[in-house]
Design a protein around this ligand. Structure first.
Ligand code: LMR
Length: 406
């Protein structure tokens, strides 16, 4: 008979418990909540009018085509599939001189989080003295990604709580004082968590400053199409291209194609020459090889098929429009009910903020009350995912908010 020794040498005693993630752990808590009327406005997931995560018809048809064509599965190149990379470049940079001159290095990432991390590793290796500036506030994971790669993280003002809008003067003043070659993380559209974006004129002014102060922009584009439209949401990208800036851009298809678990995204670096882009691409490949070797096949082929096959592309563009319009109608409904319930207060920010998130101004304690007393989950920062609302729950959510605010 085998004797199993139950005495183990101590090895992991010093490992602390995980404190949890402000977004993903709350989403896990929501899944375990037995209350049938619970509403998940915590994580950035788009739900349809029936409260389901949709499978867009364009993506479903792309999947049928991809599966019908699929054969053996060799490794993809380190930089990802060529058709995916070309399709992403056309979507983001189509018509630009940078693209025509082959000055853009693009890799297929593992979601845009993967693109952020590959970019962060690249910056740490090749711009070791450069700090990165993040907006206050920003996506809860930005700091962890860049600090995890060894970058020094600094902050620039962004959200003005007194107006529910942008502190543009504060932003400019902080970046004016940043050392040359600092990196500046900017949300290309639909700022997470505030929903507060720059106007065209502000992007232009910022681009001039970035160029004059020799700062390196790193754009995060996770919500393309959820603000004003797929092309309209490239306002910031176009402003930087027009100003002749060199910059990084991590983008995601998680939300606009509803392919969250497929982890589809990319990282692009706009360089000064085709030859520089080749070298940058080589170093990105080196980083990828050391991290995860090469990206997975399936999700990237779904995205490439939707982007490259004309009928699916047209259908997808319509589906993104529908998603955006549904979010906008939920913003209006929330504004309407809250304004009726609390007539003395101004909820106009729900209408002016863009994309799937709104910064409600609720305190951590009020957010906690929403959860425990009303089964409505928003982040402790007060961020709400408006895309989790529908005609069936918006009245109850607004009433619950009015109660905790009142
Ligand atoms: C969010 O901000 O909720 C989403 O981007 C999901 C995530 O990974 O945090």
């Amino acid at each position: 008979m085998r004797t199993v020794l139950r005495e183990f040498p101590p090895m992991f005693e010093h490992i602390p418990p995980y404190a949890g993630d402000p977004i993903l752990s709350l989403n896990e808590a929501f899944q375990k909540d037995p209350r049938p009327h619970k509403v998940n406005l915590s994580i950035g997931l788009y739900f349809d009018e029936q409260g389901r995560i949709p499978m867009p018809a364009s993506v479903a048809e792309a999947e049928r085509r991809v599966v019908a064509r699929a054969g053996s599965r060799p490794y993809l190149p380190m930089e990802g599939a060529a058709n995916f990379r070309a399709a992403v470049q056309e979507l983001l940079f189509g018509g630009s001189a940078a693209l025509q001159e082959k000055r853009i290095a693009t890799i297929q990432g593992v979601g845009s989080s993967g693109g952020l991390r590959v970019g962060a590793d690249f910056l740490r290796a090749h711009f070791p003295a450069s700090p990165i500036y993040l907006s206050t506030p920003t996506w809860d994971n930005h700091r962890a990604v860049f600090e995890g790669a060894g970058l020094e993280v600094r902050a620039y003002p962004y959200y003005d709580a007194s107006t529910g809008g942008l502190d543009f003067a504060g932003l400019l003043a902080a970046l004016e004082a940043a050392p040359a070659r600092s990196v500046v993380l900017l949300h290309a559209c639909c700022h997470n968590p505030t929903g507060v974006d720059l106007s065209a004129a502000q992007w232009h002014e910022l681009a001039v400053l970035l160029k004059r102060r020799e700062l390196l922009a790193f754009l995060d584009l996770a919500y393309q199409g959820y603000g004003d439209g797929l092309q309209e949401d490239l306002l910031g990208v176009k402003a930087l291209l027009d100003a002749g800036l060199l910059f990084f851009l991590a983008n995601s298809f998680s939300k606009n194609m509803s392919v969250y678990g497929e982890r589809c995204g990319a990282l692009s670096v706009v360089c000064e020459s085709a030859e520089a882009a080749e070298r940058v691409l080589g170093q990105l490949k080196f980083t990828i090889r050391r991290n995860y070797s090469n990206p997975p096949t399936h999700g990237g082929q779904l995205v490439a098929t939707v982007l490259l096959e004309a009928d699916l592309r047209a259908q997808w563009e319509q589906e993104v429009t529908q998603m955006r319009q549904r979010i906008q109608s939920m913003r209006r409904r929330l504004h309407e009910v809250l304004s009726q319930k609390l007539p003395g207060r101004d909820f106009g920010y729900f209408l002016s903020q863009r994309g799937m998130f709104s910064y409600t101004g609720l305190s951590a304690e009020q957010a906690e009350r929403l959860k425990t007393e009303h089964a409505v989950y928003i982040l402790r920062s007060g961020r709400m995912c408006v895309a989790g609302l529908n005609e069936g729950n918006v009245q109850a959510v607004a009433e619950a908010m009015a109660t905790v605010l009142g």
